[in-house]
Write a protein that binds this ligand. Structure first.
Ligand SMILES: [Zn+2]
Length: 262
């Protein structure tokens, strides 16, 4: 009798896992629908799928796996053009990465990175004037971005936690790509010089990173130094908000690992 009951339960579970509804399983097997619901609940809980139960979806809360490479890139984007907000009336906060419509390739990369870091959450794009916000809702945004806080980023201290520093040390170029893709650019200055009586055009590509936060600029310049890129600070007016990379060898390194926006 015990084994017969167990067989019925197994039959019910295989129907449920195949997508058959509770009422249909109940009818086919002659088992009360409440029992079917209970079996389904136990089965999903055992497999960690039960809504509201301990679902493994936060690397910080329950040690679920993190795509560290995608995270390093996303952290750069977040520190540049990212924003975490909590609308009244919505119980879950959201992360938005603002992506300029001029750079559809970057928007795709941002979308992929958000999806890799939050694999269980739906990522969407919200159209704004001249840009889209790549957006995800998650209860664990503050776990993943502990730099979140009241006020604007340049008005508060931005310090990485130890686990974030480790990720940036392992994936420095991904972090730099995120920073440059949000608050940086590759520009080409040019000039002409007379060579043998003929005007000759010389081009000087450079990368710029512009951010009002001293802490975020320092994260950028410390990482640049670590990967062997030489940089200087350009003072625009009296505010030294621009980090410039102009030496030929350093620009070549940046071209190999970061490249222009696309
Ligand atoms: Zn968490």
């Amino acid at each position: 009798m015990e084994s017969h009951a167990s067989e019925i339960r197994q039959a019910a579970l295989s129907l449920l896992r195949g997508g058959t509804g509770n009422a249909e399983v109940s009818r086919r097997l002659g088992v009360p629908v409440g029992t079917i619901g209970y079996w389904k609940h136990l089965d999903r809980a055992e497999r960690g799928e039960c809504p509201g139960s301990h679902r493994p979806d936060c690397p910080r809360c329950d040690g679920s796996p993190l795509d560290a490479r995608a995270y390093a890139y996303l952290l750069g984007l977040y520190l540049g053009d990212g924003h975490i907000s909590h609308y009244s009336g919505h119980r879950v906060p959201n992360l938005m990465i603002t992506c300029d419509d001029h750079w559809p390739g970057l928007m795709d990369e941002a979308h992929r990175a958000v999806q890799c870091v939050f694999p269980f959450n739906r990522v969407c794009r919200v159209r704004k004037t001249g840009c889209h916000n790549v957006k995800v809702y998650s209860k664990h945004l503050a776990c993943m971005f502990p730099q979140h806080g009241p006020g604007r980023k340049h008005e508060r201290r931005i310090v990485l936690e130890g686990w974030q520093e480790e990720i940036v040390e392992t994936h420095p170029w991904e972090f730099l790509r995120g920073l440059i893709h949000s608050d940086g650019c590759r520009i080409t200055n040019w000039t002409t010089r007379m060579v043998g009586g003929q005007p000759k055009r010389y081009e000087y590509p450079r990368y710029l990173f512009t951010n009002k936060s001293d802490d975020i600029r320092k994260l950028c310049t410390d990482t640049l130094t670590r990967v062997g890129v030489r940089w200087t600070v350009l003072a625009r007016g009296s505010d030294p908000f621009n980090v410039s990379i102009a030496r030929r060898a350093s620009v070549a390194l940046m071209d190999a690992h970061v490249g222009p926006k696309h």
